[in-house]
Write a protein that binds this ligand. Sequence first.
Ligand SMILES: [Zn+2]
Length: 396
Amino acid sequence: MSSPVHYITLTAPDGEVVGYAWGDDTDVEWMHRKASSSGAYKAGLDWYTKVHEAHGRGLTPLGVLNLLSREPGAGPVTEAPDLAALEDLAGVVTPADDRRLLAQLDRDNAAAWQELAEAFDALTEEDRDVQWGGGHKSPSGATHVPFPRYSKALFRAVQALHGVGAVTPEHRWRHSPMPQAPPAGGLRPADAVRAATAVVTAERMSDGEIATAVENGLLDAIADSLRAWYADPAAEQTRLEAAPPAGRLRSAPVVAPPAPRPEAPAPPMCRFCGGSPAADVTFRAHRGLVLFMGFKKMAGPMCMTCGLAVHRALTTHTLCVGWWSPFSLFVFAPLTLVRNLLAVREVKKLPAPGPGTLGPRYDPGVPIHRRPRAYVALVPALWVLFMIVTGLVGGA
Ligand SMILES: [Zn+2]
């Protein structure tokens, strides 16, 4: 795809970039940032839901982005030359990502680091020469799936990686490239954590990942990098930052998260159509059903057209079904109607809205007095009147 796309950058409360909502002419989608923390990944699932809810309401893709860009943690709507450029952005690994992975290492557990050193020092050429079992045909004709026969010493070394905290859910290995053979300059410590997590976890899904990492030297490079970091975290970081990164594990250039936008006094935008001006109002509907009562509320900035539409719909609903319980009849229905009348006065003061940016505008339809359902309200009104009159007559 080579047409431009629009996107907004979405961040967690701590400023970590969670991912991007992006849209083209026809669709709007969510893209996780690949190196994000597990907490940010979960936050991204919420954004994902919001994107699809907004799109499901009939907003245009750009309308969805405009709407979400007003939420806390969202950046402004931005254009990227194409989707590939955005995917590059989502693949960026930041120094904060590296620090988060290094923080998973259990520095204080001296015994675990001792075990890591001893386990790897104890590996022999035989341990490294992984043999495969299976692969033969049984008398029944079935082929046994081949599997690697890891030695006890090799298992111990892998366990030692767990022991120091180098295998961590904070590296979402399935969303990241599988690590390759170590570059000449050695692995950066954070990349060692990534590689340890990916190799050890992937082995559970497909046999032989550890065997491959032993063969191409990645497993030893992981241990070397971790041990050097433990010996002197500051020096190791400095040395490796100076070395040119290589392989697919390299960190991409640093991109700062979008600066929080100043609270510009933007004119309020209608929550439904995006038109301005808009008034911040609340309309209500009430339903009384003998024993049950229902309350419904629609609040937020609304332009004159959408506000009138909401007023007419909710007020008519209340006039029709608002009366049928004692509290509803004497308290909630009248209260709802009065509050709606006060709110619609605010909306009617507005001039006609400018063009909307979020999608179709509500159609106010016919006035309430031309809606048959509204006249259901005559039944309780006449009944109350009847009771008052008979009460007066009876008391007289
Ligand atoms: Zn509107």
